[in-house]
Ligand binder design. Structure first.
Ligand SMILES: [Ca+2]
Length: 485
């Protein structure tokens, strides 16, 4: 039997959280400590990898059966304008820090698609630790380097606020090695078993910790390729192995929900489900679908980062509602902190907002996000405010965007010589450029983009409120990219 806790890791994690709080980082421990533990809600975040906007029944899939997620949506709320980031690593950095990835510090100030999230960054888990939570991560971390071997052990989940970790340092491009806390326990794990094994371990953790407030973070390895499904699901969907994988994830989401219910935790547990970026369409049969959205993973078209999202907490989140307001993974830290009776760190800029009013269906609640910024790697490419989205002028394939961008459909890799404006309410597929008819809207959104470029940063600008803790040159140092062109 695997241990549910490694005390040395727990202690180390606690000491880091305590020292962070004590080091004038203004984490409000006192506020969190005042609310009785039994009143604090639990949080379960299920974070899939490369699942497209359409790849759930209730988001429009005709081929993939997701009865448990569909039921979860009927019992909770569907968010239809929910954003992640364009690729895996930055998406995790955003979720963990509540900040645009370009604002969050990386080890050695690196310009890197898959960041080494700096040890001085304060994660969602660290914030909840200071509010008395027990925390665990099951699955793909991807913030200690994009490496299965040679990752930085000092940046693993157990050093970033998680009491317990069962999973893998990064993606499954080649192999998956499994760690328990900081120890490799299995090399070249069988991909067909991962979804169930992560879930088994999470269920054990939830059961063991049912009497204290907990955060369970489940970044699934799949449906990022390479794919694998158990015998129970292999060959069963109408959508090939990709569909089998999603159907297996769905079944395991059901097991988590059943566990929460059987432990009588339904009404004090928020279960939040969303994907880390859009689908990897170039993989054809092995990739997902963004449905009505243009583009795919790596791109700043909606299909790159608008993801399916379902939230459920009976008695807190109204049943069967759909929220079309702008929300994002950036909002998770401030929102969960608020629900836990705490606050995000006060010594730094946090981009996300508390969206609990949206989640709780408060009448008339509007998104607190006045502008959402679309970055491809380090490149600011678009901004959304309300229904309007402005694509900034750029070359079809700027050298400082990920090379994978060459893998989206050719028709979506286009030169944008002047700003393009889309009304996402009327034209979710970003086809009809309305820039010429709405010069005042273009001017307003250009102003927002200018602010983001200066404050957060851009491929050739270090943002004034971007964080750099190491002696290396501040990002972005794009010389190495430009030299290649
Ligand atoms: Ca991904």
């Amino acid at each position: 039997m695997p241990p549910t806790h490694d005390t040395s890791v727990s202690r180390r994690s606690f000491l880091k959280a305590a020292s962070l709080a004590a080091a004038a980082l203004q984490l409000p421990r006192a506020i969190g400590a005042e609310a009785p533990a039994e009143k604090k809600p639990n949080f379960i975040i299920i974070f899939t990898d490369d699942q497209g906007y359409e790849d759930i029944g209730c988001f429009g899939s005709k081929q993939i059966r997701t009865p448990r997620l569909d039921k979860m949506a009927r019992e909770g709320m569907k968010f239809t304008s929910f954003y992640a980031q364009t690729v895996c690593g930055p998406s995790r950095a955003a979720l963990m820090t509540g900040c645009y990835p370009l604002r969050a510090a990386k080890r050695n100030n690196q310009v890197d698609v898959h960041p080494y999230l700096h040890a001085k960054e304060i994660t969602l888990a660290e914030v909840l630790k200071t509010a008395g939570y027990t925390t665990a991560c099951f699955g793909k971390w991807d913030l200690a380097g994009h490496r299965q071997v040679g990752y930085d052990p000092k940046l693993l989940p157990t050093r970033q606020g998680f009491d317990y970790f069962f999973g893998t340092p990064t993606s499954n491009d080649s192999v998956v090695n499994l760690l328990r806390n900081e120890k490799v326990i299995e090399k070249r794990a069988d991909m067909n078993t991962l979804t169930k094994r992560y879930t088994d371990d999470a269920i054990r953790f939830i059961t063991d910790n049912k009497d204290k407030p907990f955060l369970v973070y489940m970044p699934h390895t799949m449906p990022h390729t390479r794919l694998g499904a158990s015998e129970q699901f292999k060959g069963k969907s109408k959508r090939g192995l990709y569909g089998d994988v999603i159907e297996e994830i769905d079944w395991n989401v059901g097991r988590i929900l059943d566990t929460v219910k059987s432990l009588s935790l339904d009404e004090k547990t928020y279960v939040l489900f969303f994907s880390d970026n859009g689908p990897w369409v170039i993989k054809k049969a092995n990739g997902g679908s963004a449905g009505v959205l243009r583009g795919a993973k790596t791109s700043t078209w909606e299909g790159g980062l608008r993801v399916p999202c379902i939230m459920r907490a009976p008695g807190r989140i109204p049943a069967g509602k759909v929220c079309g307001e702008i929300a994002s993974t950036l909002d998770m830290m401030p929102t969960l902190a608020a629900l836990a009776g705490s606050k995000p760190p006060g010594d730094r800029v946090i981009d996300g907002h508390d969206i609990s009013a949206l989640m709780h269906g408060r009448p008339g609640a509007k998104s607190p996000t006045k502008a959402f910024y679309y970055y491809a790697h380090t490149h600011l490419q678009a901004v959304r405010s309300g229904k309007w989205k402005l694509h900034l002028p750029r070359a079809a394939q700027p050298p400082w965007t990920p090379r994978w961008a060459r893998h989206i459909k050719a028709e979506d890799v286009i030169d944008i010589p002047k700003p393009m404006l889309f009304d996402l309410d009327a034209d979710i597929g970003e086809r009809k450029d309305l820039a010429d008819k709405n010069p005042e809207v273009v001017a307003r959104l250009l102003k927002l983009a200018k602010w983001a470029r200066e404050d957060i940063g851009d491929y050739n600008v270090a943002g004034r409120n971007a964080r750099f803790y190491d002696p290396q040159p501040k990002r972005p140092d794009m010389a190495k990219w430009l030299d290649k062109t």
